[in-house]
Design a protein around this ligand. Structure first.
Ligand code: ZN
Length: 243
């Protein structure tokens, strides 16, 4: 009987498919979604995908950057057990929460949907929630000079209206760390009107240049201050805040 030949070919094709580089993104994504649906889960671990998926997890990780990204694109929840969420990602979530509260978040506030990750994720990664906060503060306090120690090679020029050039020692962009440091320094309170998310829900804080960068102001702590969105947008106008 000539039956095994075709079966072998089939298997062989299947193996080749796994490593195909030109599989469209949508096909990869759909397959992860199918696995999630099949398992009836809101998230899929790498191991679960390896067992149930059509492609090799590495193919997806390489294509999209990380398994976390894969889940994000699929609209699935980040799985906590096997997934290695980076510290940076956890810090950036914590930073957003801290800024929106205007203070150190409490353990029971670290939950979905307000937080992208549960407090348990932080505990797993750092040992305890308190240690997570400590690492975060240490991380954010680090490198405060990063945006001002640029050497002359990074001096940027911008042209103003009189066509003369302004030499800057710093970049215009305020790094996340520096922004957070200024917010901390200013007590998460608008320097103009005194509003703060600490006592008023939904107040959005910005960190802005005092002397505009376009007028030669540098991106350094002395030239940065905290403003609420309203005061920041009303800058330069006769804008009156309701108090
Ligand atoms: Zn304000």
């Amino acid at each position: 009987m000539a039956m095994p030949q075709t079966d072998i070919n089939k298997t062989f094709n299947f193996v080749l498919n796994e490593y195909k580089r030109n599989t469209p993104d949508s096909e990869l994504i759909d397959d992860v979604k199918n696995v999630a649906a099949k398992l009836d889960k809101k998230s899929v671990t790498i191991a679960e995908y390896e067992q149930n998926g059509k492609f090799h997890p590495c193919t997806l990780q390489r294509r999209f950057g990380s398994w976390f990204k894969v889940l994000e694109i699929c609209g699935l929840e980040p799985s906590r057990s096997k997934l290695n969420i980076s510290k940076e990602e956890l810090f950036s979530n914590l930073e957003r929460i801290w800024i929106s509260l205007g203070r150190q978040p409490r353990y029971n506030e670290i939950k979905k949907p307000f937080s992208k990750y549960s407090a348990g994720t932080y505990e797993n990664k750092f040992g305890s929630f308190h240690e997570a906060l400590e690492s975060f503060v240490a991380y954010m306090s680090n490198g405060s000079e990063s945006s001002q120690n640029d050497s002359s090679e990074n001096v940027s020029f911008i042209e103003n209206k009189t066509a003369s050039k302004i030499a800057h020692k710093t970049k215009r962009e305020i790094s996340d760390r520096l922004r957070f440091q200024i917010l901390m320094r200013d007590g998460f309170t608008c320097k103009t009107c005194g509003r703060s998310p600490i006592n008023e829900k939904g107040v959005k804080l910005h960190v802005d240049h005092i002397v505009p960068w376009s007028k030669g102001g540098e991106t350094i702590p002395d030239n940065l201050e905290t403003k609420c969105e309203q005061c920041n947008l009303g800058k330069g106008n006769a804008f009156v805040d309701k108090k």
